[in-house]
Design a protein around this ligand. Sequence first.
Ligand SMILES: *Cc1c(COP(=O)(O)O)cnc(C)c1O
Length: 366
Amino acid sequence: MTAARVPFMRLRPDEDAPAVEAAIRRVIDRGWFVLGPEVKAFEEAFAAASGAKYAVGVGTGTDALVLILKALGIGRGDEVITTPVSAAYTALAVMTVGARPVFVDIDPRRLTLDPAAVEAAIGPDTAAILPVHLYGQPADIEAIAAIAARHKLALIEDCCQSHLATAGGRPVGAFGIAAAYSFYPTKNLGALGDGGAITTNDPGLAERMARLRNGGQTDRYHHLEPGINSRLDEVQAAILLARLSFLPAWTGQRRVLAARYRKELAGAPVHVPPEFDPGHVYHLFPVLSPERDRLRTFLQEAGIETLIHYPVPITRQPALSSERPAECPVADRVCAEVLSLPLYPAMPEAHVVDVADALKRFVPRG
Ligand SMILES: *Cc1c(COP(=O)(O)O)cnc(C)c1O
C-alpha cells in the first residue's frame, strides 16, 4: 500500500515528541510502572481539565464504561438506553455487566441520541441512559439530562470522542453521574497504547471505581468486592500528562480546520452535518452522501484517505443478535452514507482545500 497524498491522520509524536520521550524516560528511571505517581498526577490534571472533581485512570474507554456501570450496581435485569451509532464498545460494555442495551434512533441532524426517542423507550427495567458525544459534537445533553432527572435514571456520558468539549458552555461529562474517556491512540487525547479514565464529582463513586479497577482491593491482597483488573500504567499516564498540555491548542487547530472545511465545502455534492455547539471538538469531520462508497473510491484515486465511522449500526452487528435490536432507520441511513474526511491537529490547511476541491469534482449519479 502506498501512502496517501492526503493521509487521514498522523499518530507519530510530532511537536510533543521531546515531552513524550522525557515522560517515558522519567518512568523508566523511577522503576515504578503501575498505579504510581504518574497516574495520580495525570488523574488530578485530567479531572481539572475536564471540569470534574475526580478522575480515575483505567485500562481502556470500554473498561471505564464497565466500571461506571458496576459501581452503580447496574447488571442483570437492567436496561440501558443507548445509541446505535457509536463504536460498538459502548453497547458491549453494557452487555459485559449483564445488562441489556436498548437502542433508540438518532436525531438525523445532530447524529446523536434523539431525546424524544429516549423518553419513549423508558420502561420499568430502565436503569440508565448512555449518550455518546459522537465525533466530538455534544449530544442534546441538556434535554437528555432533564429526562434522566425526571425519571430518576442514572446518566452516564460516553466522552470517548469529546475530550474538552462543552455543551452550552458547560464541560461534557459533568451532566451525568460519571463519564467515560478513552485514550486509544486515535482519540483527541491519545496514549501510545491503550488507556482510559472515568470522571465524576461524586467522592464515594470515585473511591469505589478506584477500588473496582484494582480487583476490588482496599489494600494489598484484601479484596472487599469482586473488581476487575483495569489499571492505567505509569508510562501511558506520563505520556498523557505530557500531551494534556498540548490538548487545548490541538483542539483549537481541529476547530480551525473544521471551519475551513465548512467554508471550502460550500456547493460540494455532500451534506455537512451542522455544528450545534461551538464546544464541538471535531474528533472527526464526517460528511454524508447517498453514493458514499463511490465517493470514497473517487477520493482514494485522488490520493485522499478516508474512513467510515461507522459502516454498520450496532443494532445490526452479529455480536448483538441476542439483544432483540430495535429498528433504527435513521441510524441505518447514516451508516450507509457517512464518510470521515482527513482531520488531525497538524494537518496543513492546504490539504483541507485539496480534499474540498476533489469533492467538488465528484459527479453524483442520483
Ligand atoms: C473509542 C471509543 C470507545 C472505546 O474506547 P477503548 O479505549 O477503545 O476501549 C467507546 N466509545 C466510543 C464512542 C469510542 O469512540
